[in-house]
Design a protein. Structure first.
Lengths: 747, 211
């Protein structure tokens, strides 16, 4: 079974659809008399609308409606108290408590807030009409600069965000070698390639069809059911293909709900495709975060104490929190650890988890500090980490379910050529270029949630596997096929995987690196039930394998064998025919047990990079990258490796180029497009070597598989920063590491 | 602190007046031909339809080997024509500003950003989109290579990457990985599949298949 043997690489199950243009994303569905919606965004970041003139837009050709706070149709679930909150919020993230309601009042709470939504019969006409909407504002000074308002930081509610102390909070102070350093990360924007939006159509008074860009069709269904007070069963949400999310579609955004309300009002399907600049303001971002690490170690390289404080931004109208300081609590064997996490409400759109999320932010600080301390101690950074290695989770005082980080360090070091690195910075040159090596580690919680899957084994030997999960790109569908193949022996090309639609069995949102574990387990369980059904039929009296035990049977290539004597066998098709079964159709709910209480379950990663730094221009190039993942049994090697190289590309962007810049005089972005906000391009990313430890976690789920998506990014930026230090002897603690910052240090 | 912002109310009537002019002129033209019908049309709000007709221009373009005779508004981009009117949705909108390459198609064999190309400028041209790359059920070698090397994740930039990759080889810009990286940098992949995309292109280039 999967746990015992490594899985072979298989092609992505939806590969052909994606390379032929056959894959249909939400905006690519059409409906009769469909209309197009265009958002008019606020020109100010704080204040109120003094006047809004929509007449010209209303009179423009093809316009069906112009909606503002003056005539926006009611969203019933928002207008009544919900969840004990008088503001009647749509279900948001756990931080909850949304007070902002789209097109509801004249108040402007953040830059880019919609002030009108214009609907017309063509995209061009809607776009033109939107340009005719004119507003005047009463402007107030917007607070948008986190660094100016750090003193306003508050500790968010909830146990997870509470201050943490192990041992003595400032125990680091007693150590002979100490370090204090501030690390900042800028606002980053998810910027998936596909623009956000929605296509909604009321097929009846209480029957709704939605093509969405969502990381969870079921969650969108629930959100709309609550917003419009209709039975969730009357809402169908379809997202078979989604052009990337990285966290930005982990909630239903207000403009989606508004489109549904408008569609109901005008009685026609409405399609919204936002602009790239609106992707910066209306669908969240990674919050700007300022961190301080205090660290103390003894002269043998043993950690004495770490204090990690982080302050991130949130919106004035909603709390957003993430696990920025989590990793510090459990990563190293250290007697005195304290963490403090605060958020500062600003006049900005609310952030949302972005790949890795807070853990990636925190890992930049912790793993940079580890490198700085190693340098102070004149230790190799890997050696310093090994001296503080822990086999048990010091935060929860329990063993890790599985941890192979030592092997990961070794294999990564071998692959990058770590032995070429000198512990003495600025000692390696290639012509004009300074060469440096850096490494870091990453970790992210691994878990198994609850999901339901359906398996239909047909008499012709084909198999259909269904689950209402969304595959936003990591290859969840391919993993489902591999797991089903491993249990039932059906060739992968005879397995049809169906997902991304609310008509399918229940699944959680795709986020937090949990889907292979959660949905994969459901597929495993339901396929096992199918197999047991076959075995029961095969072993009953009169059957070819009568008197055999079900556990002794193996399924392969459409045959059920007695494992000990493969001459004893029966064709699955014959078995089903003789039992008058056209198909075996099973649906099963699946969830984990108490294993998460006995063991701390984490995925781990190690990143190694070689950088070239040009001392005159300050240019930093990542010239080699090796990422190692310790994330249990790898279910689908190809797609897992793709997630890892994707993490490297994202990490290079985070380390070197990505920064959404605000002109704080106006509280507005000045680089809200893909020409000025620099994501990594092909020329920025070297050939990337990926290594997987590929050992099954004994406890987490039947496959032994843990998550990959987050750890692929977490820590990577620190590896680059550490390599820049190794190349130049200069430490840049303020991401991104742009040429101006490097030059300033090197002059 | 508060202050008031007033947009220049006198300045921005250009759009409306252009519209009004077109409407009036179309109505006048209609008057000249059949005055009573035109009056009826205006009364029934049908001037909208008339204006629409006058604003459309004819376009002859061959798309994926099929000659098309179309009537479109001159402001329609090639990208929106493909996606919204011809249901060729394989060509993607990633930015609408020529910054991401998701909309890459071939016009007379040259790779272009369809979002920066007004459809009217393709009069008499041959346009190839991702839907026109395969030979029936037989995939183009570049499509095969992208599957083999897993040169994608979410798949949204993929059609643009593949169209760009084919052109990259045809242009003679795929002799080594560094050259490919440079000449493929107009196509952003946010999932970060670059390493595999370069492998796929090198594979096709070295395989020597006709692209």
């Amino acid at each position: 079974m999967t746990k015992d043997t490594k899985n072979p690489p298989i092609d992505r199950v939806d590969g052909r659809m994606k390379v032929t243009g056959g894959a249909k994303y939400f905006a690519e569905f059409t409906m009769p008399s469909m209309t197009y919606c265009v958002i008019v965004s606020s020109d100010i970041a704080k204040g109120s609308i003094a006047s809004i003139d929509t007449k010209k837009a209303e009179n423009a050709p093809g316009v069906v409606g112009v909606f503002t706070h003056q005539n926006m149709p009611a969203i019933p679930g928002w207008d009544a108290p919900a969840q004990g909150n008088g503001n009647g919020p749509p279900p948001g993230p756990p931080s909850g408590g949304e007070k902002y309601r789209i097109l509801h009042t004249k108040e402007i709470l953040f830059d880019g807030q919609p002030i009108a939504m214009v609907v017309a019969d063509t995209f061009e006409r809607a776009t033109y009409a939107a340009s005719l909407v004119k507003a005047t504002y009463t402007k107030q000074t917007a607070r948008t600069d986190l660094t100016k308002h750090l003193a306003d930081g508050v500790t968010p509610k909830g146990e997870r965000a509470a201050d943490y102390v192990r041992g003595t909070a400032d125990g680091y102070k007693t150590a002979p070698v100490t370090l204090e350093a501030n690390y900042t990360i800028p606002i980053e924007v998810h910027n998936p390639m596909e623009m956000h939006g929605i296509l909604a159509h009321w097929e009846g008074d209480d029957k709704l069809m939605i093509y969405a860009k969502t990381q969870g069709v079921k969650a969108t269904q629930r959100a709309m059911a609550q917003a419009f007070k209709i039975n969730p069963d009357n809402i169908r949400v379809h997202t078979e293909f989604m052009g990337g999310g990285f966290g930005m579609a982990l909630r239903t955004w207000p403009q989606e709900t508004a489109v549904v309300a408008i569609s109901r009002k005008i009685g026609r399907p409405v399609k919204l495709v936002m602009t790239r600049s609106q992707m910066f303001t209306l669908v969240g971002h990674r919050p700007r975060t300022v961190q301080t690490i205090n660290m103390g170690a003894d002269t043998n390289g043993k950690l004495v104490g770490i204090a990690h404080a982080a302050t991130g931004e949130t919106a004035s109208y909603e709390d957003f929190t993430e696990g920025t300081v989590n990793m510090t609590k459990f990563m190293y064997d250290c007697p005195n650890v304290s963490t403090r996490y605060k958020i500062v409400p600003l006049d900005r759109g609310v952030p949302i988890w972005m790949r890795g999320p807070g853990e990636a932010t925190g890992a930049f600080a912790l793993e940079s500090a580890m490198d700085e301390m190693a340098h102070k101690l004149n230790l190799d950074p890997i050696e310093f980490r090994l001296r503080n290695y822990t086999e048990t989770d010091p935060e929860h005082n329990r063993p890790y379910s599985d941890k192979n980080l030592k092997e990961a360090y070794q294999r990564g070091a071998d692959a990058i050529g770590w032995n070429k690195r000198s512990n003495q910075p600025s000692s390696n040159r290639d012509g004009e270029w300074l060469i440096g090596y850096g490494m870091s580690s990453g970790t992210f919680n691994a878990s198994r949630g609850q999901a339901t899957a359906r398996a239909i084994l047909n008499a012709d030997g084909s198999l259909t596997v269904q689950c209402g999960v969304t595959d936003i790109g990591p290859g969840s569908g391919t993993a489902m096929a591999m797991i089903a193949h491993n249990v039932l022996g059906v060739p992968v090309d005879k397995i049809k995987v169906e997902y991304g639609d609310t008509s399918l069995p229940n699944a959680p949102m795709q986020g937090g690196s949990t889907i292979t574990s959660t949905v994969g387990s459901a597929v495993y369980d339901v396929c096992t039930t199918v197999k047991n059904t076959l075995a029961d039929m095969a072993t009953k009296s009169g059957s070819p394998l009568a008197n055999s035990k079900a556990n002794d049977l193996t399924l392969a290539d459409g045959m059920l064998y007695l494992e000990a004597d493969r001459s004893k066998k029966v064709a699955v098709a014959d078995l089903m025919r003789s039992n008058n079964l056209p198909a075996i159709d099973k649906t099963q709910q699946s969830k984990g047990g108490s294993e998460g209480e006995k063991y701390s379950m984490y995925s781990f990663s190690v990143h190694f990079v070689q950088v070239r730094v040009h001392p005159v221009t300050g240019v930093v190039r990542v010239s080699k990258a090796v990422s190692v993942a310790d994330s249990g049994r790898i279910v689908s090697p190809n797609t897992a490796a793709s997630q890892m190289i994707g993490g490297v590309a994202g990490g290079i962007g985070m380390a070197l180029t990505e920064e959404a810049v605000i002109d704080h005089r106006f509280g507005r972005y000045i680089n809200n497009n893909l020409a000025d906000y620099h994501v990594a391009t092909s020329a920025d990313v070297p050939h990337t070597e990926t290594i997987v430890i590929d050992k099954p976690d004994p406890y987490i789920n039947p496959m032994g598989a843990k998550g990959m998506g987050e750890i692929a990014l977490i820590g990577f930026a620190a590896a680059v920063s550490n390599a820049v230090f190794n190349a130049t002897g200069q430490r840049i603690r303020d991401l991104p590491i742009t040429p101006d910052k490097v030059m300033q240090k090197l002059v | 602190m508060t202050d008031k912002q007033h947009p220049d109310e006198s300045a921005d009537n250009s759009g409306a007046s252009r519209r009004d002019f077109l409407k009036q002129s179309s109505i006048m033209a209609a008057f000249a031909m059949t005055p009573p019908a035109a009056v009826t049309a205006v009364e029934k709000g049908l001037h909208e339809t008339i204006a629409t007709r006058f604003e459309q221009m004819s376009l002859r373009v061959t798309i994926n080997g099929t000659a098309q005779q179309l009537n479109i508004e001159p402001r329609v981009t090639l990208l929106d024509l493909l996606r919204e009117q011809l249901n060729l949705t394989g060509t993607k909108k990633g930015c609408d500003h020529g910054q991401c390459g998701a909309c890459t198609v071939h016009v007379d064999g040259t790779r272009v950003n369809a979002c920066l190309t007004l459809a009217m400028t393709t009069e008499g041209c041959k346009v190839t989109t991702i839907e026109g790359l395969a030979d029936g059920d037989r995939l183009h070698p570049m499509q095969e290579a992208f599957i083999k090397h897993d040169g994608f994740q979410c798949g949204y930039c993929t059609p643009g990457q593949i169209m760009s990759a084919v052109a990259c080889i045809r242009e003679g810009h795929a002799d080594n990985p560094d050259e490919i990286r440079e000449y493929m940098s107009g196509n952003i992949c946010r999932c970060g599949a670059y390493s595999n995309i370069v492998d796929a292109i090198m594979d096709v280039k070295q395989g020597g298949q006709k692209v």
